[in-house]
Design a protein around this ligand. Structure first.
Ligand SMILES: [Zn+2]
Ligand SMILES: [Zn+2]
Length: 275
């Protein structure tokens, strides 16, 4: 098996999908990230970007994959019913979540989302072999040999889980969605992401916008940099862009962010990072 570790963005938008001529560069699909650890396929969140990833996986005839949920707000689950591998009888898919406490929560989360009158059919229409897993934040998951996935509870309405994926000595962290307290760098997050090769972070707002949205459950691109600096994170990807944020506005943030933290790359659809 190859020892390559790559991270690809299929949806980098937060809150809701958005499409216009001013959203072409960064894309309008919501949260979906693919990590490839060797031949292993790990997917984080099922926002609208999941549909496109599904098409790619069908082209590759991929049969084995793991889908992890940070939480199930609509921007992180709306792609679920449109993921082609769910309708491929040869596929075996493990679905994981830990933001809801209790037994069978992952299975129930999917069934609750896909049901009339909100959606015409339920997950019983899937023909892939699906295994549901429930975990508790702070559990260490071992979905496949050689890959460890650490988890952390994040401060977000209705709960959310941060992930740290380790493969062949390299580490990628996903910290979204999360709300910070102005002026405070959360030491639990700093400890969790310490020395990571990559941190993907909830950069919904700017520091200037934050006071207006301080209890909306999100953070700022500047706050992500504070965490990176304190934790010795090597590369930073601001993620979960506001629907209203245009390409031009995101380009400007990218420029400002790079001045404060050189190894910054804004999340955009199609971006691949090799660790
Ligand atoms: Zn979100
Ligand atoms: Zn959310």
């Amino acid at each position: 098996m190859p020892d390559t570790f790559s991270v690809k963005f299929w949806g980098s938008r937060g809150s809701m999908s958005s499409s216009s001529n001013a959203h072409k560069k960064y894309g309008g699909n919501t949260a979906c990230i693919e990590m490839r650890c060797g031949d292993n396929i790990l997917i984080f969140d099922a926002g609208s970007g999941l549909r496109l990833l599904g098409n790619q996986l069908m082209k590759e005839d991929a049969k084995r994959m793991h889908l992890f949920f940070t939480h199930c707000h609509y921007d992180h689950i709306s792609g679920m019913p449109f993921f082609s591998p769910f309708f491929y009888p040869k596929a075996k898919i493990d679905i994981w979540s830990g933001h809801l406490q209790g037994k069978n929560k992952t299975q129930r989360m999917i069934a609750d989302y896909m049901r009339p009158p909100y959606f015409p059919v339920g997950p019983e229409v899937f023909s892939a072999k699906i295994k549901y897993h429930d975990f508790e934040p702070e559990d260490r998951l071992k979905p496949v040999r050689g890959v460890t996935v650490d988890t952390l509870a994040l401060n977000h309405h209705d709960g959310c889980v941060g992930y740290k994926v380790k493969f062949q000595g390299r580490t990628a962290c996903l910290i979204s969605d999360v709300c910070h307290i102005a002026g405070v760098v959360d030491q639990t997050i700093v400890d969790f992401v310490r020395d990571a090769d990559l941190m993907i972070y909830d950069a919904t707002y700017t520091d200037a916008e934050f006071p207006k949205f301080a209890n909306f459950g999100h953070s700022t691109w500047q706050h992500g940099i504070r965490i990176c600096k304190e934790a010795g994170v090597k590369r930073y990807v601001p993620f979960h862009h506001r629907p209203s944020r245009t390409d031009k506005a995101l380009d400007k943030i990218a420029e400002q962010a790079k001045r404060k933290f050189k190894r910054t790359k804004m999340a955009r659809e199609g971006l691949v990072i090799r660790l």
